[in-house]
Design a protein around this ligand. Structure first.
Ligand SMILES: Cc1ncc(COP(=O)(O)O)c(C=O)c1O
Length: 373
């Protein structure tokens, strides 16, 4: 531990030094992240609520009310009514909590999910001592429904479908999963990324609470929702289900409190989510997503001019391209300050076209890419 405190100016200088080594969204060169620069109003809201802790909700009835409103709005956006849930630390915690609820209610342990699922489901199965069954994908990179059917048995706790896969932005056939679901099993839809994209895209496949069998969903305001980190929404169809993970904490005033994996919970993220959603409204998100999709289309055009083909036509603002030796290209781009990622299934160069990625960013990265081909 440092023996003596130092002046703020020294601290700020040290923080600046650290921050200057980080990549920042503002120069448009980070094309690998599923997060983006939050709206200014979201950052302001975050600072205003910096000290309040929803893990001790009795002290923060105002913030608790904001959280209820935010969950109600996200639930409606996902075509649910009277949806329960809360703002957790992100998609990982929301996915773990969804399976925790499903396991406690069903008393069963088998979880079926696609190979494309986020690694948070492996964490969940590990922590919850559940059996994970990973199913292969179809030619269109969605979960193979016939394989799912073969895996269903009496031990089934839950099936997981993904609405916006991390690597490709593919959307599983949630209706087909619903059609297979045994009566007492759960259907969780991970829309951590897609939850703030698909509702604003015309002709998006059906993936949400409009399908009656969907039990719970994850949707992250800290990704395309333009809120601050850490904000991941867990949405649950039946309010009573959450009681199954409830633990007593007699020293706290628990009334109205969400039962969650975290103890202390960020009210700042709740306020920021409220601010972002209130500020943009549906129209704002429609415009934001349209711009991201337009730029994704622009990037695809540029790729084709270079003779590069996409793994799939982008459904969302994620573009994966077949390139020779993607890892090598990623490394070379990184030397020039461009951060792109590499998808594994199939191996390809992955660009995530978030709101901080402009046409100029695309021109810049493709100019470098052309030189490397
Ligand atoms: C589909 C999906 N689910 C879950 C997660 C995990 O979210 P977080 O990193 O907020 O925990 C991600 C993260 O990229 C994701 O893409």
């Amino acid at each position: 531990m440092w023996e003596k405190g130092v002046a703020n100016s020294i601290i700020m200088k040290e923080l600046e030094d650290a921050s200057s080594q980080d990549y920042h969204f503002c120069n448009g060169k980070v094309i690998s992240s599923m997060c983006t620069k939050p709206l200014d109003i979201a950052q302001e809201a975050h600072s205003r609520f910096i000290e309040s802790n929803l893990g001790n909700a009795g002290l923060y009835p105002g913030t608790l009310d904001l959280e209820k409103q935010v969950i109600e709005e996200i639930g409606q956006l996902l075509n649910g009514s009277n949806i329960a849930g809360g703002i957790l630390s992100g998609g990982t915690e929301a996915n773990i909590t969804a399976l925790w609820i499903a396991r406690n209610i069903t008393g069963k342990k088998k979880v079926i999910f696609p190979k494309s699922a986020h690694f948070s489901f492996h964490k969940a199965c590990d922590i919850l001592a559940m059996e994970s069954v990973m199913v292969e994908l179809n030619d269109n990179y969605t979960i193979d429904i016939e394989q799912v059917e073969k895996e269903i048995d009496d031990d089934l706790c839950a099936i997981v479908g993904i609405a916006g896969t991390t690597e490709l932005g593919a959307v599983d056939d949630i209706q087909a999963l619903a059609d297979l679901l045994p009566e007492k099993a759960f259907l969780h839809v991970d829309a951590a990324f897609g939850g703030f994209v698909l509702p604003f895209i015309e002709d998006a496949p059906k993936y949400d609470f409009s399908i009656p069998a969907v039990s719970s969903m994850t949707s992250d305001p800290h990704k395309m929702g333009m809120a601050t980190i850490p904000s991941g929404a867990l949405l649950v169809r039946n309010r009573d289900w959450i009681r199954n993970i409830h633990k007593e904490a007699p020293y706290l005033d628990m009334i109205g409190q969400l039962s969650a994996l975290s103890g202390t919970r960020s009210s700042a993220a709740v306020a920021a989510t409220y601010a972002a959603m209130r500020s943009l409204g549906r129209d704002g998100y429609v415009n934001l997503v349209k711009e991201c999709m337009d730029i994704t289309g622009y990037a695809l055009e540029k790729a084709r001019k270079l003779g590069l083909e996409p793994v799939m036509e982008p459904l969302m603002n994620i573009l994966c391209l077949y390139v020779p030796e993607p890892r090598k290209i990623q490394k070379e781009l990184s030397k020039k300050g461009w951060k792109v990622s590499v998808a594994q299934n199939p191996e390809s160069l992955r660009l995530v076209i978030m709101p901080h990625v402009t046409r100029q960013s695309i021109d810049g990265v493709f100019a470098e890419l052309e030189a490397l081909l």
